[in-house]
Design a protein around this ligand. Structure first.
Ligand code: PMV
Length: 334
């Protein structure tokens, strides 16, 4: 017999176009969703008395939320959402699947959390309706449904992954739109004047963002003036990139990507593997290329055209990329 679905949540992957690391220090950054990869969570009734259980299908892991440590990210996403509803421990099974590479700068952690939050919100709304109709009143709090609510919950979980996340990952995967982001400010969706295409290549090296962010913090503490100047230069690149994108002149992004990559090398978050992919992309005709996300491993991005995309993708694979995604960046109205 088919099981009853109580809630479904989804969220895309993302790449940071410009501004990673500097964004932790109050500078702006630009990020876009990548819809070719996504996380999905499905809530169904679970075993009676078992409470909320998460099945991380790709990892072959089953997590009993009530017994999981406080900092288990998947359990935390579900737990925080239930607390918002005032629901204790429903007998639900949440099955999670994701095609977003883990620890690779594509927002996998945030997207999985967002999918769980959304699925539990849907199931929780349904349960609240049942409780309301039984009690004939509405004593329960309203469900945390708005993108801002979901993003805030995912941010709480991100703090377990990252330590001091800027908030850019949760924002872009929850809103599913290109985002100009400054820490502590409401996110601004930005207009894409003319769609443009990226080749996104994975080094295959898992690199937890928390480690790279912690290393940058120690380096900044040691040489604050040097790092503040580097972050200011990144901010100038971000502003120039935003204008180029809004003006419908994406070809101007190539040199800006190269400049941002050079600054990230100085910030010491690149790696020989990332540098090799960046060089291969440029050699094969990309208009510019840079690492994307926390760095040290994970993904890089290259600006391509429809004509150059196949040759750049081939060159990236030949230079060691374990996966290449070609993705066109557009707003819903372009
Ligand atoms: O590695 P990712 O994609 O999670 O990106 C991290 C971006 C940083 O700027 C390095 C950290 C942050 O919290 O913004």
């Amino acid at each position: 017999m088919a099981s009853m679905i109580l809630g479904v949540g989804r969220a895309p992957g993302k790449v940071i176009l410009f501004g990673e690391h500097a964004v932790v220090y109050g500078r702006p950054a630009l990020a876009v969703p990548v819809t070719q990869v996504q996380a999905e969570a499905v809530v169904e009734p679970g075993e009676i008395g078992a409470g909320l259980t998460i099945v991380a299908a790709d990892l072959g892991e089953t997590i009993a939320v009530r017994a999981a440590p406080a900092d288990h990210p998947l359990a935390a996403a579900a737990r925080l959402t239930l607390v918002k509803f005032g629901l204790s421990d429903p007998d639900w099974r949440v099955t999670v699947h994701s095609t977003i590479p883990i620890a690779s700068g594509m927002g996998s952690g945030a997207a999985v959390s967002a999918a769980i939050v959304r699925a539990v919100v849907e199931a929780g709304s349904w349960k609240l309706d049942c409780l309301r109709s039984k009690r004939g009143s509405s004593p329960a709090p309203p469900p945390p449904c708005s993108p801002a609510d979901v993003s805030a919950l995912v941010y709480e979980v991100e703090q377990l992954h990252h330590g001091t996340p800027s908030g850019i990952d949760n924002t872009v995967v929850v809103y599913g739109q290109p985002v100009y982001f400054v820490r502590g400010q409401p996110p601004q969706m930005f207009h894409i004047g003319l769609p443009f295409t990226l080749a996104i290549a994975d080094t295959g090296i898992h690199s937890p963002t928390k480690v790279a962010v912690g290393d940058v913090r120690r380096a900044w503490e040691g040489e604050p003036l040097r790092f503040e100047l580097l972050f200011d230069r990144v901010a100038a690149v971000v502003e120039a990139a935003r204008s180029a994108i809004a003006a419908g002149q994406p070809e101007r992004l190539g040199p800006l990507m190269d400049e941002n990559h050079a600054l990230l090398q100085e910030i010491s978050v690149s790696s020989p593997e990332l540098d090799a992919l960046v060089a291969a992309a440029r050699g094969a005709g990309a208009l510019g290329a840079k690492l994307s996300g926390g760095g040290r491993g994970g993904n890089m991005i290259a600006l391509v055209t429809e004509a150059t995309a196949p040759q750049v993708a081939d060159a990236l694979r030949a230079a060691g990329a374990v996966n290449v995604i070609v993705s066109t960046v557009r707003t819903s109205d372009t």
